[in-house]
Design a protein around this ligand. Structure first.
Ligand code: DX5
Ligand code: ZN
Length: 221
């Protein structure tokens, strides 16, 4: 099983103090920073784009930037986000014309590639791409907003994915995104997820370290 990583989603941070907020969660034990990019087309919300990823790269040279693209036409943007300083770029395959090509665009730039699977998207989108990918991102809410309720049957989907990847002999990180909290971290980890994204559960807590520790502790049971 792959290493457990806690990835606070900066979507729930205070954007007026973004670098400070990022540094604060890193100091509190965050392993990755999850950066949600939304375009108002693929999802009904607009967040941040390339200049913010560039600025975070400058401000936090050692941070692992996990960039989650929720945008139409990702084929044109995976390269620019990788060049802007992302360490990992994930995109949603239904909106890509050539997912295999987009994955290799990311990898040719020396970055890790992830494929994001919505609650209603079947796992078989991953089958012929598994060996090219570094990570599968399983959405446990519909993409677009922080603070939504966790969709419980995601746990079973992760269990199925774990078995499927094992059968394929593909060793990927499995990331879960949406509604993650100390109350579901244990079952998610047991199902096979090793990267836990948490937005409101971290940035909405009075103490970031306590919040991250609580998720890590539950996921380590
Ligand atoms: C949802 C985003 C998530 C979101 C998670 O579209 O991809 O990363 O910020 O936030 P919480 O943890 O609050 O559900
Ligand atoms: Zn996300």
């Amino acid at each position: 099983t792959r290493q457990l990583r806690i990835a606070p989603s900066i979507l729930s941070a205070d954007f007026a103090h973004l670098a400070d907020q990022c540094q604060a969660v890193i100091d509190a034990g965050a392993d990755w920073l999850h950066v949600d990019v939304m375009d108002g087309h693929y999802v009904p919300n607009i967040t941040i784009g390339l200049p913010v990823v560039e600025a975070l790269r400058q401000a936090l040279p050692d941070a692992f930037l996990d960039v989650h693209l929720m945008i139409d036409n990702p084929d044109d943007f995976v390269g620019p986000f990788a060049r802007a300083g992302a360490d990992l770029v994930s995109f949603h395959p239904e909106t890509s014309r050539h997912p295999h090509r987009a994955i290799h665009t990311i990898k040719a730039l020396g970055k890790k590639a992830g494929l994001a699977i919505n609650p209603g998207t079947p796992l078989n989108w991953l089958d012929h791409l598994a060996h090219d990918l570094d990570l599968a991102l399983i959405m446990s809410v519909n993409p677009g907003f922080g603070g939504q309720a966790f969709i419980p049957h995601t746990v079973d989907k992760i269990r199925q994915l774990t078995a499927r990847l094992e059968a394929l002999g593909a060793d990927l990180d499995i990331e879960v995104d949406g509604g993650v909290s100390p109350s579901n971290a244990e079952q998610l980890r047991r199902a096979g997820a090793n990267v836990l994204v948490a937005g409101s559960a971290v940035f909405g807590a009075p103490n970031y370290k306590q919040a991250i520790d609580a998720i890590r502790q539950q996921a380590s049971l």
